[in-house]
Design a protein around this ligand. Structure first.
Ligand SMILES: [Zn+2]
Length: 294
């Protein structure tokens, strides 16, 4: 028992050291914190006086702006609960925005219902080169066949970039590029664009567009004739069209069933037979004019 009593007596002195065990870590942290402040200031080493410590704390943010940043994250750790507040309201408006988008997708579904409409086949009238009979053919088709005589009808678009001696017969478009040469070979097509050298016959169910100087010795028949700026064209044979627009230099006799328009840079030399005529300021014409009579 006496030993126990002695043990109790010994236990009493052991109790006080426990609180010291809890306290010592706090002063250590403070010491480290002060040591870091001293290292940041690198000014006076006398940290013993409390006045100098206060001055150091006040001078930290202003004198050394970069250094306090390293200490800021430690403070931000304690202020972590602040940032989660703003994100909370953000998700609230987000869901309604998605709801707004979702109805638009439903509208898209309605559009999809209207998509199947393109099942309609776009067609255009094709005339036979042999018998002249016309029929409807798919616009995207490369060829067709005459319903009357059974002749093959090409609908391909042709791009001419070099010399060609064979005739061209298609219901598609023909584009003669700058290096393209078509002399004696006649051309039958829908739209004909001439940027190269062309001298032969031309029969276009659509537009004939002339963009370059040249002498066309063949007969020309088209729906609409365009002679663009800087183009200098000489027609040796007859030229017949429904409409005509001239903004370049043209020499020849023209027969236009509809409107013949002379733009301000047009210079036309030759007799013309027109349904209607418009002459812009600056346009020039030399020759006889016959209105109507078709
Ligand atoms: Zn035919």
């Amino acid at each position: 028992m006496t030993f126990e009593e002695n043990g109790e007596i010994k236990a009493r002195p052991q109790a006080p050291p426990d609180p010291f065990a809890h306290r010592p870590p706090q002063p250590k942290v403070e010491i480290e914190y002060k040591a870091r402040k001293e290292a940041l200031n690198t000014t006076p080493k006398d940290s013993s006086s409390p006045q100098t410590a206060k001055i150091e704390e006040e001078s930290l943010p202003s004198a050394t702006p970069k250094l306090p940043k390293s200490s800021e994250p430690k403070e931000s750790r304690s202020t972590l609960p602040i940032p989660p507040d703003p994100p909370a309201p953000a998700p609230e408006p987000a869901p309604p925005a998605q709801d707004d988008k979702s109805p638009s997708r439903y509208h898209g579904n309605e559009e999809e219902k209207t998509i199947p409409v393109p099942t309609k086949i776009e067609t255009r009238e094709i005339a036979c080169f042999e018998c002249g009979d016309t029929h409807q053919a798919n616009v995207r088709a490369n060829s067709s066949q005459c319903r009357s005589c059974g002749r093959f009808i090409s609908m391909e678009n042709r791009e001419i970039k070099d010399a060609i001696s064979s005739c061209i017969q298609t219901r598609g478009d023909v584009h003669i590029y700058k290096k393209g040469i078509v002399h004696s070979a006649p051309i039958q097509c829908k739209n004909l664009i001439v940027e190269g050298d062309f001298t032969g016959d031309a029969e276009c169910s659509g537009d004939l567009i002339l963009r370059r100087n040249g002498k066309i010795t063949g007969k020309v028949t088209c729906k609409r004739l365009f002679v663009e700026k800087r183009a200098k064209i000489e027609f040796i044979n007859s030229v017949v069209m429904d409409e005509c627009t001239i903004d370049g230099l043209v020499t020849g006799h023209l027969a236009c069933r509809g409107l013949l328009a002379l733009k301000k840079k047009a210079t036309l030399t030759g007799n013309i037979k027109v349904g209607r005529l418009t002459v812009a300021d600056g346009a020039k014409h030399t020759g006889q004019i016959q209105m109507g009579g078709f």
